[in-house]
Design a protein around this ligand. Structure first.
Ligand SMILES: Nc1ncnc2c1ncn2[C@@H]1O[C@H](COP(=O)(O)OP(=O)(O)O)[C@@H](O)[C@H]1O
Ligand SMILES: [Mg+2]
Length: 248
């Protein structure tokens, strides 16, 4: 993927190739600017690659599609819509049946811990609650693939740990495939079965690391030797790539 900015070519991604098994939890970790968000936008059909091809469920990606749910780094909720109104947004955009999806939206808000906040407005929620509403919105049209782009980057460490537990719970309850982008190595290891480690720009796949630790994983598992071994291995792969090597 090559961008042009001010007449200068920015080579964002190069020879990216990896497969994601159905129902798997895959994390993509790499330094800032290595092309993680670009990769997500390519897979979701929000951008076209300058070269190469992306296939999803056997179909080439040609434009935005209803089989991918996306959670962006900031929750981007519409301030004039209630929480449930925001969760229903994709249903309105895709022109799907409102009554059945409204029931679904309520169930999802309960699943992400927002029961009772259906009629609240985004500005009445904390950052973590807004992000959970954004997760419910990404789940409401039941896409089999959920892609999350550094969804907890703006949260404090404690809220972030709680959200990691939440995401693990939602993933095991929904049976979806999750691709989770982060620049936090411990977060990637905690959440994923498989971690795709990317190089600095132009982003390439440096290595793919499996984490077979049993589920559900608890926060205490982060002090296990095997957890720390994986974190160290990825940190060494990334070398001194700045923030990618740091803590949350
Ligand atoms: N629309 C764009 N136009 C020009 N350059 C871009 C655009 N989007 C991203 N880039 C560049 O592509 C590279 C990868 O960006 P991005 O995918 O956002 O990285 P990451 O998400 O890993 O931090 C960066 O150097 C960024 O500046
Ligand atoms: Mg990004």
């Amino acid at each position: 993927m090559v961008f042009t900015r001010g007449g200068r070519a920015v080579h964002a991604l190069d020879r990216i190739g990896f497969e994601v098994a159905d129902g798997a939890f895959v994390a993509i970790v790499g330094p800032s600017g290595c092309g993680k968000s670009t990769l997500l936008k390519l897979v979701a059909g929000l951008r076209q690659p300058t070269k190469g091809r992306i296939t999803l469920y056997g179909r080439p990606v040609q434009g935005p599609r209803a089989d991918v749910g996306i959670v962006f780094q900031s929750p981007v909720l519409l301030p004039w819509r209630t929480v449930i109104g925001n969760v229903m947004l994709p249903i309105d955009v895709l022109g799907l049946d409102r009554p059945s999806h409204r029931t679904k939206a309520r169930e999802l808000l309960a699943l992400v811990g927002l029961a009772g906040f259906e009629e609240a407005y985004p500005q009445e929620l904390s950052g973590g609650m807004q992000q959970r509403a954004a997760i419910a919105r990404a789940l409401v049209y039941d896409a089999p693939l959920l892609m999350m782009d550094e969804p907890f980057g703006a949260l404090d460490a404690m809220t972030r740990e709680q959200m990691n537990l939440e995401v693990q719970r939602i993933w095991s309850a929904s049976g979806k495939t999750v691709v989770f982008i982060t620049h936090s190595i411990p977060e990637a290891v905690f959440l994923a079965d498989r971690i795709v480690v990317m190089s600095p720009r132009p982003g390439r796949v440096l290595s793919i690391i499996d984490n077979a630790a049993p589920r559900p994983r608890g926060l205490d598992d982060m002090s296990l030797p095997e957890f720390n071994r994986l974190v160290r291995e990825i940190r060494q792969l990334l070398g001194s790539q700045g923030e990618a090597g740091g803590p949350h």
